[in-house]
Every structure is written in C-alpha cells, then in structure tokens.
Ligand binder design. Structure first.
Ligand code: NAP
Length: 552
C-alpha cells in the first residue's frame, strides 16, 4: 500500500522511520543520523518527546533504577553537564533530562509529534516501508524501527457501567498534563503493581478517603530513595566510568554487586542478618541478595518469608497485613516493587483495602464502584492497571510484512523474534527492547543502548556490502524462540500470572516474552552473531535502482 498524506499533513521520505520518541527512539535517531549520516524521521503519538515518562505523570512516579544508571552513556559532555538530584529520579526530572537531550542534540527537527502510527506495510517490490499515522502523516523508509516501548500500550479494565460514573476516571499511564486536584476527594485506586504502589502513599495524605482495590498483593521492599548530597554526587562522578563498565558487563544492567552466594549457603541467623542489611539499603537490588532466589523454591521462600515478616511489622492490623502479603506466587516471579511508605499507608484512618480477589468488582454506577460484597462511593477512580506488555504497542498498529502477512498473524501463538530484534517475514523492521530481548528483566537503558549500537553496526555493514535488505531467517527465529523458552524454563518466572508471561490480558498467548538469560549473555550472543558475519540474517541487494543509504 503506498502512503499518501492527507492535505495539511506531511509526508517524509527517509532512510529510516522510527516509531516512538522515548529513550529508545531518541537514541536511535541520534545514532543513525549523527553517527551514520542517515536520514531519519521519528513519529511520536504524544505531543512531546519522552515516551513512558511523557505519559506516566501520576503523583509519585519515579524510576526505581539509580538515576545515574538510568542515563544515556554516549556523550561525555552530556554526562558532564547533567547532575541527577535524587537517587531515583522523579518523572518530572527524567522528562527534563529527555528534553535536555532532545535539545542538546537537536533531535526535535526530525521528530513529528502527535503522529500515532496506525499501519506500516512492507513494499517488497520497492524494498521499503510505508507508514501511516492517525492524523494523516505518512512516511516511507528503507528501514522501520519500532521503538514503542514494552510498557506503553495502556490497559483499561472492562468495568460494566463505567461510562455512567459521574466522577473522574484517570489512568496512571495516561495522566492529565494539567494538575489534578484530589484534595478532599474520595478516591478509589484499582491495581497494586509498581504504579499503584507509588501513587497510593503519595495521594493518601491529601484525599478525604482512599479505597484501594487489590486483586493480587505485590512484594515490595523499601526504595530508600533520597536527595543526593553534594558528596554523593561527587563520588558518583568519580566512579562513573567504572560504574558504566560494570553495568555493561553485568547480567542485569544494574550497579548491584553479583553474589556467588545462594540463600541456603547461609544458616538462618546469617541469612536473616544479610536480608536485614539488604532491606536497609538495596532497594530493587533486594532481589539479587542471593544468586538463587529466582531458581530455587526453597531459597525463594526464605526471601518471601522475610518480606512477609516485614509487612507484618509495617502494618498494624494483622488481618490487613495478611491480605497485603503475597502468597500465591514466588517473590520476583512478578516484577517486584519498591516503595516509600506503601504498607504504612494502610495504617491511616482514611485508607481502606478492598480485596477484589475475594469480592470482584461487578461494575460502576454514577456514584462509585460496586463489588460482590458492597458499594463504594467515589469522586475519582484511578486505574493503576498497567499495560498490554511487550506486544501491545507492536500489535495495536497493523504491521504487514512479506506476502501480506500481518505481525498479528505471525505472532498469533506469541511473539517470535531473532535476538529480540527482528522477525522473519518482516524485512528491515527492527524492534528495540521488545520480546525476546532482556529489556524488561534488567535496566532497560542498558538494553536500549546495546540494541541501538548493534542495529546501527548491522545497517552500516549491510550498506557497505551492498545488501541493505536484511531479514531474520525462519530457522534463526525458531532457534531464538527455543533459546528464550529454554532460558526461562528453569526459573520461577513461570509460576506467576505475570505480564512477562502474557497473563495480563485475557486471551493473550501464554509465552514467556523477555529473555531470561541475562544481559551479559545476551550481549555475548549478539557479538558472536556479528563476528560470524551476522549469521541468521539473510541480506540482499535493494530491488531496482533504489538508493542505498551509506554510512558516514
Ligand atoms: P502492573 O504491574 O501490571 O500492575 C497492574 C495492577 O493492576 C496489578 O495489581 C493487577 O492485578 C491490577 N489489575 C490489572 N487489571 C485489573 C483488573 N481488570 N481488575 C483489577 N485489577 C487489575 O502495572 P503497573 O503497576 O503500571 O506497572 C507496570 C510496570 O511498569 C512495572 O512492573 C514496572 O516495570 C514499570 N513501572 C516502573 C515504575 C518504577 O520504575 N518505579 C513505576 C511504575 C511502573 P493482578 O496482579 O491481579 O493482575
């Protein structure tokens, strides 16, 4: 299908069309344009850059990876002029950083905002992608890079009668840009994952009543975030290079020491002391307190029991503490959370927990929400219900590859990729931090930069060889799918109804989507493929006399 723009909208004919102007899209744009001399157009649905940090502006939103490690590493000048103010940066500070990067590297001139991609079609005869946006913007590019994020397709629960509700309905991942005044209001929050756990303690002191609708309790440990002192910032600067090196070579992309100790190597007293110490400092790294928490039930149970004992200490009412304590899945099998005062929030007079596993929500009325056990009058409903993870943002647009096959058809049994980067039958389409990559299981920034550099080198190599049409073979894809399954099989990840497994959306194929082999191993695998002449990819000349993009 050829792209023709609506009157008043633009058409972009470029080497590369990038979808999404979050961390991944901006990195891809800078790399391909400034390092490889390619023409790039980024199409972004939001009306500004920032991706997930543009949309998730709910109160309390912040990252839970140390800010220093949640930064680009491609520019020493950028490092030198940017100072994070807190251990875990808030959403506004991260967005300021993204804007700073966009301005500093003059990225905005190649970005169209307010352009939600609705379809992308591979033209086999011409060897390019035609891309169409909801607003009529169109683009054509030799390459298509989907930098749409793994947690960006917002999931709204189906609540019968919600349109009758007279109050406000907000989603954490689609929070209004203008301030929302919750003071003195009766607010219901549905969902107790990372977003719920951040928003709940933050709004509890200002609202009149807070009703938390919990389906599955989460494991959460204290974040210990704080404003960085001058001395801490100076120390971070001094160790930055070493820290970066450690991130690149670590299995998680996190600056958390990797221990060789298993939980059962310590006796109970030593283990408890170690957990106490981790509890006081580790934040998200608590999951790495021992090296076998995600592979051994017995080891996992020691950590899970410890966290449950802490919940019991933090929540005054033992019955409430029990309801807030997860027991139906191993610690870490769902993405663990970190919090600031989450459990203590339930000691407040104005906060109520409603267990919707026992008494599910049946619907909404003009005045609030009803469950099988009763009704709750509310002024505002906050949906902290997460995302159609990993595949949602790739399957919501219609993407058609060779022979008219859609990505939805090709992935009907679950996502299939080679190295998490390409999929057979979809030539010249790359996914950044998508299914089959380690992205979600570690520091996504490290994955993003690895992907961007690796894809950039592949494009340069292919251009130099006069074979700019690149496609993963079906065999390589099948091999990677097996490899991803094999990496996940021995882990406890398989034992929770998580979004890693596609359990968050009814009817979604239950396949483990991220690569559980770790970032270090993943990087080695990718490097070996490149060193071997890009095995698993078929590369061919461009059809006809179409211009071959040349690297700088
Ligand atoms: P989430 O982890 O998927 O949690 C969604 C919550 O909503 C769960 O408690 C889920 O219950 C509940 N829920 C979903 N559908 C429901 C329904 N129909 N009825 C009732 N409850 C429902 O989503 P999230 O909290 O937005 O976080 C997603 C991911 O984003 C995180 O895991 C993390 O990777 C990232 N994130 C990071 C940060 C951070 O850096 N600190 C902050 C926010 C988000 P069930 O468990 O029963 O499905």
């Amino acid at each position: 299908m050829s792209a023709s723009p609506r009157p008043g909208t633009a058409h972009h004919d470029v080497d590369v069309v990038v979808v999404g102007a979050g961390f991944a899209g901006l990195a891809m744009l800078r790399e391909l344009r400034d390092e490889r001399g390619m023409s790039v157009r980024v199409l972004e649905a939001g009306d500004d850059v920032g991706g997930v940090w543009f949309w998730n502006r709910y109160p309390g939103a912040r990252c839970d990876v140390d800010s220093t490690d949640y930064s680009y590493t491609f520019s020493a000048e950028l490092d030198a002029e940017w100072d994070w103010s807190e251990r875990y940066a808030t959403q506004p500070e991260i967005l300021r950083y993204v804007h700073h990067v966009a301005d500093k590297f003059d990225l905005r001139r190649d970005i169209t905002t307010g352009a939600r991609v609705t379809r992308a079609d591979w033209d086999d005869a011409e060897g390019h992608w035609d891309v169409v946006c909801e607003d009529g913007t169109t683009a054509r590019g030799r390459y298509l890079v989907m930098a749409t994020g793994c947690l960006s397709a917002v999931k709204r629960p189906d609540i019968p009668g919600i349109e009758e509700f007279a109050g406000q309905v907000l989603h954490t991942a689609d929070w209004p840009r203008e301030p929302v005044d919750l003071a003195g209001k009766r607010v219901g929050v549905i969902g107790t994952g990372s977003s719920g756990i951040q928003v709940i303690p933050r709004i509890a002191p200002e609202v009149a009543e807070l009703v938390v609708f919990q389906r599955t309790p989460a494991f959460s440990v204290p974040a210990h975030h704080h404003v960085l002192s001058d001395a801490e910032r100076a120390a971070l600067r001094l160790t930055l290079a070493q820290r970066r090196e450690q991130l690149r070579s670590s299995p998680t992309g996190l600056s958390v020491p990797v221990t060789k100790r298993g939980a059962l190597d310590d006796d109970e007293q030593a283990r408890r002391a170690h957990y106490e110490e981790q509890w006081r400092t580790a934040g998200f790294g608590f999951l790495l307190a021992y090296n076998n928490l995600l592979v051994s039930h017995e080891a996992n149970a020691t950590a899970a029991d410890f966290i449950r004992s802490k919940i019991a200490e933090r929540v005054e009412d033992p019955e409430l503490a029990a309801k807030l304590s997860p027991s139906s899945y191993p610690y870490g099998a769902k993405r663990p959370c970190v919090d600031t005062g989450y459990y203590e929030t339930f000691n407040r007079e104005n906060v109520t927990l409603v267990d919707i596993a026992d008494a599910p929500i049946t619907g909404a009325t003009a005045t609030g929400l009803t469950t099988t056990a009763g009704s709750h009058d509310l002024d505002v409903v906050v949906l902290a219900t997460g995302f159609d993870a990993m595949t949602g943002s790739l399957l919501r647009p219609t993407i058609t590859g060779r022979d008219g096959v859609t990505l939805r058809e090709h992935w009907s049994g679950g996502p299939r990729t080679y190295l998490g980067l390409m999929t057979a039958g979809f030539p010249n389409m790359f996914v950044i931090a998508g299914p089959g990559s380690p992205s979600l299981l570690g520091n996504v920034m490290v994955s993003i930069e690895q992907h961007v550099d690796w894809v950039s080198a592949l494009l340069a190599d292919s251009a130099a060889a006069g074979t700019p049409v690149i496609e993963a073979t079906a065999e390589a894809e099948a091999g990677w799918v097996d490899h991803v399954n094999a990496a996940a099989a021995p882990t406890l990840y398989m034992e929770a109804a998580s979004y890693y497994l596609g359990a968050e959306v009814e009817g979604k194929p239950r396949v483990f989507m991220p690569y559980a082999g770790g970032l270090r191993r993943y990087r080695r695998e990718c490097d070996a493929v490149a060193a071997d002449g890009y095995t698993g990819f078929e590369r061919s000349p461009a059809p006809g006399d179409v211009r071959v993009p040349q690297p700088a």
